[in-house]
Design a protein around this ligand. Structure first.
Ligand SMILES: *Cc1c(COP(=O)(O)O)cnc(C)c1O
Length: 744
């Protein structure tokens, strides 16, 4: 970055009569031109991250920070009478649904920060994840036209567009390059589909669910579209540099498949090598086996992409043919290993259900990784048990992480400055130094309490402004912010709030420290039960907030349109992070890490990365409750009857059906109730063990509430969490990928 050049340009900027959007575009363009000045030599070997989602958030502040000019920009704009916060008007680029997409964005940030050559490939959706409005307590989805603010952080590359062919249409993939600034400048390349109105549809919408496969054909087109564009480009680049020596391809390229969505890239790679360059099939497959690596993000069956054979044959006949060939080869190999027919069925990439992208990825992938210790164990012992038996060396764990640049330095400047004072600023370039905080916690606890109060004040002010709800400064802040899903159990939190509310009303709960429960969550538009839960929480919020007998003690807020920028405020201003998924179902979680790093305690189950969080920060500094994986397994085996537990929570649970709350005749609440008591749509009753864990949950929430009376001791726990959070930096995760998988 040529800082002086940027500062001079910015000082000369004439602001008169310009709108925020115009200023945003001009300043961003300055920064881009100055930031791209020093382009370094290309790396010899690159890693490529193929992902259907990149949940970037706002680029403006983050890029200025990475370029080292955020402070100067703030000052120069202030001299001109502009508060830098006006650019919060620019909405997020929400090209992802949740954790999986945000992880992709954190990984790019960390690789650039560490100077490692990692390049991203994905789709430039015209509309990102829908904007969420709440009307009468219901979620309403509005289109997210993020490009209306301009897109000054990208460069369109018409000269590098490529043609992608389906049986029934041809589509141009036009690249837009987003530089990722850091120690080196990497590139996120997002493809836009063009050529005809039909073609354009491919990059029009992000699928608003990462755990269901709806709109089959369009989704298939999307997945093939960007995977094929990336593969074609990488092969052409290889030929340009090294000729047709494809056996050398893995020396220079490694391709990480972020979940099952980009797995067709494997078939496309083999297709191009065999049909366009006359490589024999078995050689092409061997090269693929050294090139691709696969990350699994979930064991929920609805998220494991499986393509119907007829559909594939119709839309992508050449890919279909390659998949059949891989399948035959696979069977030969399995036969040589003397696998039983059940084992072969378990590992096959083709079955009467269609083509399993997970089994294909596991078979071809040189490595397969889970995203937290527990999750990787579950992959080895259940989902991919048979593969693990025959190919144990493929399996690795790579516990997820988050970038401390966005999730600490940018979102919590106040705490970051305190860290500088306490441990020096070395942690800013080497996050492992954060551990030094452990030695000086008692010297900085008072300061930390003040900073937490300040961040809480900022969050509450923002909530007041956005949602119109007043939260007094002294309230203890509990937050559950993540996609809305039954397994994440927002419903259990809703019941727990009702238990507390009822206890405050009838006097059985005494000496309660004023508390607010903050929810942020979007539901997939077609996911009725999740939408019912949103309505239920909003009904509770309305009742509780309006009750003058209790509302100086208890408040509930469902924030609208949870996204990365809102998350930045929530994680910094929260005391207690709620991570209460059914044990075994949250692969890792990354929200939990953001809260931890900002000094919140975790109230959660032994699931995903929570296990590693308490391992590092101490169980005594967090609040763990509920059934663990083994117990859940036993319950499933022995038959679990939620009706024996309902008795303990009769009033809260029956509020769904006894007229306490009103779902406006949608039937949502009755359906929720039935799902708990008798089961609904192929699930067992209370499939996620909400009622089983509820009693423990309420108890632990009350325990936290009591502990908070000793603010000092509570703040020490919070600091212990932050001090031990360096492990959850995506810098650590990326270093592990680079060393153990990518060899870059
Ligand atoms: C971090 C993040 C997530 C992931 O949260 P989990 O609690 O891990 O599910 C989802 N959405 C946004 C906007 C995030 O920033």
């Amino acid at each position: 970055m040529n800082k002086e050049q940027f500062v001079t340009k910015l000082k000369q900027l004439d602001i008169s009569g310009k709108s925020t959007i115009e200023l945003y575009n001009e300043i961003s363009a300055f920064a881009m031109s100055c930031g791209l000045n020093n382009v370094e030599k290309p790396a010899i070997k690159n890693a490529y991250y193929l992902s259907m989602e990149f949940l970037i958030g706002r680029s403006f502040y983050n890029n200025l920070m990475e370029l080292g000019v955020l402070k100067e920009t703030k000052e120069i704009l202030a001299e001109k009478g502009i508060d830098i916060n006006v650019f919060e008007e620019i909405e997020d680029a929400a090209l992802g649904n949740g954790g999986l997409g945000r992880l992709a964005a954190c990984f790019l940030d960390s690789a650039a920060g560490l100077g490692l050559p990692l390049q991203g490939y994905g789709i430039r959706y015209k509309y990102g994840l829908f904007k969420q409005a709440i009307e009468n307590g219901f979620q309403v989805e509005l289109p997210d036209d993020w490009q209306r603010f301009g897109d000054p952080w990208s460069i369109r590359r018409d000269d590098e567009k490529r043609l992608i062919e389906f049986a029934d249409m041809k589509v141009y993939a036009v690249p837009y390059d987003y530089p990722v600034f850091g120690k080196r400048i990497n590139r996120l390349r997002l493809f836009q589909a063009e050529g005809s109105p039909e073609a354009e549809k491919i990059s029009e919408y992000l699928y608003p669910a990462d755990d269901t496969a709806e709109g089959k054909i369009l989704r298939l087109r999307q997945e093939y579209f960007f995977s094929a564009a990336a593969i074609r480009e990488l092969i052409e680049e290889h030929i340009k540099k090294y000729g047709k020596s494809f056996e050398k391809f893995p020396e220079f390229n490694v391709i990480q498949l972020n979940d099952t969505h980009p797995v067709l890239a494997i078939a496309e790679f083999i297709r191009i090598l065999t049909s366009e360059h006359k490589v024999i099939f078995s050689d092409a497959l061997e090269i693929a086996k050294k090139t691709f690596a696969y990350t699994n993000h979930t064991i929920l069956p609805e998220a494991l992409e499986c393509w119907n054979a007829e559909l594939l044959k119709k839309i992508l006949p050449n890919i279909y043919a390659i998949l059949i060939k891989i399948h035959l080869k696979q069977r030969e190999e399995f036969a040589k290993l003397n696998c039983t027919s059940e084992e072969i069925a378990a590992m096959s990439s083709y079955s009467p259900n269609g083509f399993s992208m997970a089994n294909l990825a596991v078979y071809v992938g040189k490595t397969v990784n889970g995203v937290a210790k527990l999750h990787t164990e579950i992959l080895k012992n259940s989902l991919f048990k048979t593969v693990y038996k025959y190919y144990p060396d493929k399996f690795q764990n790579k516990t997820n992480g988050i970038t401390q640049r966005r999730w600490l330095m940018l979102c919590n400047n106040e705490f970051s400055s305190l860290l500088d004072k306490a441990i020096g600023n070395g942690w800013r370039t080497d996050i492992s130094e954060l551990n030094k905080l452990n030695r000086v916690i008692s010297d900085y606890t008072e300061d930390f309490i003040l900073i937490k109060e300040e961040k809480k004040r900022q969050l509450f002010d923002y909530i007041k402004h956005q949602e119109g709800i007043d939260i007094p400064q002294n309230f203890l802040a509990f937050s559950q912010a993540k996609r809305l899903h039954e397994y994440k159990r927002q419903l259990m939190t809703a019941f727990a709030i009702l238990e507390i509310y009822n206890g405050l009303k009838d006097g059985s709960i005494k000496d309660f420290v004023p508390s607010v429960f903050i929810f942020g969550a979007k539901s997939a538009p077609g996911y009725k039960r999740a939408k019912g839960i949103i309505k239920f929480i909003n009904e509770i919020a309305e009742k509780v907030n309006a009750d003058n007998q209790t509302n100086s003690l208890l408040k509930v807020v469902f924030i609208r349109n949870y996204n990365v920028s809102y998350a930045e405020k929530i994680v910094a201003g929260t005391d207690v992070s709620l991570q209460v998924s059914t044990a075994g179902l949250e692969a890792s979680g990354t929200g939990n890490m953001k809260f931890m790093m900002n000094g919140a305690v975790t109230c959660g189950t032994m699931d995903g990365a929570n296990i590693e969080i308490v391992e590092l920060a101490g169980r005594e500094n967090n609040y763990i409750f509920g059934a663990e994986v083994d117990e859940i397994e036993c319950l499933k085996k022995d038959g679990y009857d939620p009706n024996t537990y309902i008795k303990l929570h009769k009033k809260a649970v029956e509020s769904l059906i006894d007229g306490t709350f009103n779902d406006d005749g949608t039937g949502y609440f009755k359906e929720l109730y039935d799902s708990l008591t008798i089961g609904a749509s192929w699930h067992n009753p209370d499939n996620y063990f909400v009622l089983y864990d509820l009693k423990d949950y309420v108890e632990v929430l009350l325990k936290i509430n009591g502990d908070y009376k000793n603010k000092y001791d509570f703040a020490v726990k919070q600091l212990r969490n932050s001090a031990n959070s360096a492990y959850f930096s995506s810098d650590r995760t990326i270093k592990e990928y680079a060393k153990d998988i990518w060899e870059i």
